[in-house]
Design a protein around this ligand. Structure first.
Ligand code: SAM
Length: 288
């Protein structure tokens, strides 16, 4: 039975180990069993699953994962939490705590070892300061992943889900939607954490597409174009690409490609859909 998930137990563990919160690691621990249940349900964890947890903290969600999954690997950066986790997870023999920075872990190798290379589920209450590099790292390194269910800042969840026409729309929206289907499964207020964060949070589930929803002949080129288009949001797409792409292309080449899309030459990047960015990258590739 999971013992953590309420304020009293969390305070008892923190006092026992005289734990000092480290702001630099984005430490806000979950103290709400309803939210924990919702995350486990949304992640659809079964006794067949190997789950990677990023940042277990004192092991609150880890206990819930151990109860439901076949095996769990939990990667925690903070030295001070390692003895705490040894204690709070002592009742479980299906968990390995890995003391490391998640950005330095060879996750492909972990998946080979623990799940014979089959797609895994990732669950995390993420440190907000590195949300984007973690998610993009998981997708871009082509780690076999079935789904990622994560707590992120509310505003970041909105950015992942939105489409053209919203001010939150950007490179993160397009990258996430190219690799996965995003769905917000819960909004979580600050009082569900200790200490309370200054921002609202949301749990978002990203289900990995088996086949990308659009056909880009050169994925890397498409993402270069997307980054260049949003780096200079206020400029027209033509100028954004001319200044930001760093490829042997003339202004006429870029205008020609936008013309092939049947879009006006003064269009901005933020008006294009993922499908249109894929088509644009295919038209630009022809001109290289
Ligand atoms: N999962 C716990 C919970 O829900 O109560 C803790 C969540 S807290 C928001 C984020 C956790 O990630 C902290 O334990 C922090 O030390 C850890 N962390 C921060 N940066 C990390 C990194 N680069 N690699 C691994 N863990 C990290």
């Amino acid at each position: 039975m999971a013992t953590l998930g309420n304020p009293q137990e969390t305070i008892a563990v923190l006092n026992k180990y005289k734990f000092v919160f480290q702001k630099k690691f984005g430490q806000n621990f979950l103290i709400d069993t309803h939210v924990l249940d919702k995350i486990i349900r949304a992640a659809d964890i079964t006794s067949d699953d190997f789950v990677l947890e990023i940042g277990p903290g004192i092991g609150t969600m880890t206990q819930y994962l151990c109860e439901n999954a076949r095996e769990v690997a939990a990667v925690e950066i903070d030295n001070a939490l390692i003895p705490v986790l040894k204690d709070t997870l002592s009742a479980y023999n299906n968990v390995e705590v890995i003391h490391n920075d998640i950005l330095k872990v060879d996750i492909n190798q972990l998946v080979q070892e623990k799940n014979h290379g089959k797609p895994i589920k990732v669950v995390a209450n993420l440190p907000y300061y590195i949300t984007t590099p973690i998610i993009m790292g998981l997708f871009e390194s082509h780690v076999p992943i079935e789904s990622i269910t994560i707590m992120v800042q509310k505003e970041v969840a909105d950015r992942m889900k939105t489409g053209p026409g919203s001010k939150e729309y950007g490179a993160l929206s397009l990258a996430v939607q190219y690799y996965a289907k995003p769905e917000i499964v819960a909004n979580v207020p600050p009082n569900c954490f200790m200490p309370r964060p200054n921002v609202g949070s949301a749990v978002i589930r990203l289900i990995r597409h088996e086949v990308p929803p659009v056909q880009a002949e050169d994925e890397k080129l498409m993402f270069r174009i997307i980054r260049a288009a949003f780096n200079q949001r206020r400029k027209t797409l033509v100028n954004g690409l001319k200044n930001g792409l760093n490829l042997p292309l003339s202004k006429e080449d870029i205008e020609g490609a936008i013309g092939e899309l049947s879009k006006p030459l003064n269009i901005r990047g933020e008006a294009l859909t993922l499908k249109e960015f894929a088509a644009l990258s295919n038209f630009i590739k022809k001109r290289l």
